[in-house]
Design a protein around this ligand. Structure first.
Ligand code: FES
Length: 283
């Protein structure tokens, strides 16, 4: 284990952070509950999480601002100041999307997310102070505050990478579920008569198969958001709601209709042959 891994592992064990996280999580859930806000911040319109895309703007703007500061010279001062201000503006929706993503994490992952948010808030404070210093003629202080902010932002970015690539936050949990491209036998049609969702294993992929109205539907049973078991969810209005964090997917095609899931649930074509339901991946 290298030094950075060791440091992150220590942060993951800071259980005292849970007492801070819980009220923040509750407040965030209350604010993001309306469908429009939840879906937008979760990334449903784009099919990908919003937060990682937005982070490029403040990180890029603030990095360029410090480069211009280090280059020096009167000519580059207005551009550097503009970049600091632009980064501050972009940080607001970036933080909102990140808070939405974090609010569905728990335990060690939630603790790292909280430290990530704390560092970002500190960086935001430093850049705000930097802008004020620049506007009040204290350019040296403004440049120094921006550099300090960039250092904190770098540490925070490392934790953000850890959350995505090591902890799989907002990574589709069906990313490697390709499913059969040829028709495969799944279940006897008669087993669907009760209307209950049935769990079927197909090439090690758990599928949820059921009747929805007159149609037989089949979805990957592993929620794309964080792996929740959809067959244990609730079924209503042609949709299934995941029991873990409330993502809602349309049964006919797996489209997400309510976050936090951004990726659609893989759905399968179905047909009946000799009383048996067969499925295959949509091509
Ligand atoms: S696992 Fe989070 S909503 Fe399904």
């Amino acid at each position: 284990m290298n030094l950075l891994d060791d440091a992150v592992s220590r942060l993951e064990r800071w259980q005292f952070l849970d007492a801070i996280a819980e009220p923040v999580r509750k407040a965030t859930h209350a604010v993001v509950k309306p469908r429009l806000i939840r879906n937008l911040l979760s990334g449903i319109p784009t099919g990908h999480p919003l937060h990682p895309v937005l982070t490029d703007i403040p990180i890029g703007a603030w990095t360029m601002a410090s480069l211009l500061d280090l280059r020096g010279g009167k000519a580059s001062e207005p551009a550097a100041d503009l970049l600091v201000a632009a980064g501050l503006l972009a940080a607001v929706p970036t933080a909102a999307a990140g808070l939405n993503d974090w609010s569905d994490t728990f335990g060690p992952t939630g603790r790292i997310g909280l430290v990530h948010a704390g560092l970002n808030s500190a960086a935001l404070g430093l850049y705000t102070a930097s802008l004020v210093a620049r506007r009040t003629g204290r350019r040296g202080a403004g440049c120094g505050l921006a550099l300090a902010g960039l250092g904190i932002l770098t540490a925070s970015g490392y934790l953000g990478g850890h959350l995505s690539y090591s902890k799989g936050v907002k990574v589709s949990h069906t990313a490697y579920h390709e499913g059969p491209t040829d028709w495969q036998d799944a279940i006897a049609e008669s087993e669907l008569d009760g209307g209950e969702p049935q769990l079927v294993n197909l090439d090690d992929i758990p599928l949820l198969v059921m009747r929805d109205g007159g149609q037989i539907v089949a979805l990957d049973n592993v929620c794309t958001h964080a792996g929740g078991p959809l067959n244990e969810g609730t079924f209503e209005d042609g949709c299934v709601t995941c029991p873990w964090h409330g993502s809602k997917f349309r049964l006919t095609d797996g489209a997400p209709v309510y976050g936090p899931a951004a990726a659609p649930q893989p759905s399968y074509e179905t047909r009946v042959q000799d009383g048996r339901v067969q499925v295959r991946a949509r091509v």
